[in-house]
Design a protein around this ligand. Structure first.
Ligand SMILES: [Zn+2]
Length: 73
């Protein structure tokens, strides 16, 4: 899966570079990382994406309201 421009720090260029051929990877611990290459020198760049995986739990939307309807007698 190719992702949009991710920036990483190239230790060889000692500068921030857009990661070329960046691919997103999910690590064993569930964290996401971007792996790619420096567009200038070609050194392998790896950037761990902060935060946890966005897994939205199914929110209880339908709150059951006690329907107290008086039966028509
Ligand atoms: Zn570089």
């Amino acid at each position: 899966m190719e992702i949009r421009m991710a920036e990483g720090y190239c230790v060889k260029c000692k500068a921030k570079k857009p990661i070329a051929n960046a691919i997103e990877e999910t690590m064993k611990n569930g964290r996401k990382a971007v792996k790619g290459k420096c567009p200038t020198c070609g050194v392998v760049m790896f950037k761990i994406l902060g935060g946890k995986t966005v897994s939205a739990p199914p929110a209880v939307a339908a709150a059951t309201t006690s329907d107290s309807r008086v039966p028509n007698a």
